[in-house]
Every structure is written in C-alpha cells, then in structure tokens.
Write a protein that binds this ligand. Sequence first.
Ligand code: FE2
Length: 180
Amino acid sequence: MTYWMCEKCNFVIEIPKPPDPCPSCHIRCVFTDVTSYTPEYGGVGSLDSRLVAQRVMKKERSGKIVRFSDLIKERTSEGKEKHIPSIELIKGQGKKGKDVIEIVVGREVPHPNTVDHHIVWIQAFGAKKDGQVLDLGRAIFKPGVDKPVYTFEIDSFEYKHLFSFSYCNIHGVWEQHLEI
Ligand SMILES: [Fe+2]
C-alpha cells in the first residue's frame, strides 16, 4: 500500500492513489509519497518515519522553522483519551529479572482500528541518569489486525525518564512521559 501526505496540512492517508480532494483540507492538494521503500525507516510498504519528519520540519514558505515538537498534540486536545500513549513499568517480570515496559494507546478508551483511521506506530526513548538519550525502538501496526501495544524489556534502574510517542494517521502525534 502507498502512504500519501498532504503538502498543505500534513494529513497522511494509506490508499493506492492520492486523494482528491484532501480529506482534511477539503480542497485539491498536492500529495507526497511517504511510503518506505527500504527496510531502515519502518520497513518496505510502511510509513517512512524519516520522510514524515523531514516533511514536517522543513522550512515553511514564510521562513519560519516548524519544529517537530510544534506538531505534538496538546494534552488538552480533544480525543486525548484515545491517543496519548500510556506507559506502564512492570518490575522484574522480563527475562533474567529485567523490567518490562508496556506502552498502550487507548488503554481505557479504545482508538479506532480501521484502514482509514488507526494508530500507525508507537516510538519510545529513554533518558539515562547521565543524560544520554537512547532510542528504545518502535512498533508499527497493521490497521485492523494489530492492537497498538509496544512491549519491550529494559533495566529501568539505568533510566531517569521514558518518553513515548504515538502517531494516528488522522489526529497526528501524541506524547507521554514517565519519570522513573
Ligand atoms: Fe485518531
């Protein structure tokens, strides 16, 4: 399948051909192919996270720099119950006594899970006590098939903060933070 991103509003949709009009702007827009064609950025046929980040961070015509953080939804935004990732630390339940991190989107209020509207990925980062930031990986979900849950193991005593981001193809990027 092919992912298309609106040049005007950054709306992303997974369909064979670019939509006309844009489902978000409701006018005829230019769409960029943001499908991954290499294994490095989400796997072949998935959404290319690098292309999306490049698109949203590029210089606007006005000269203003748009930062990725500007795009993260406010915690007061409508629909937060369905979108903000919930991070749970389960001590000592992993292999060799490691800790388990379970990140879920829609733990209490389920998010829609259809081709048209779904959680595309969950990403995690950890900040160690010395300030080093580590990429803790990402889970990519097949709409209608996978539940938006990302589970992995860490030695949590090494970390001071955990961060998680989720991406809904309609409602954008949401974040959560857990201080350990
Ligand atoms: Fe959504």
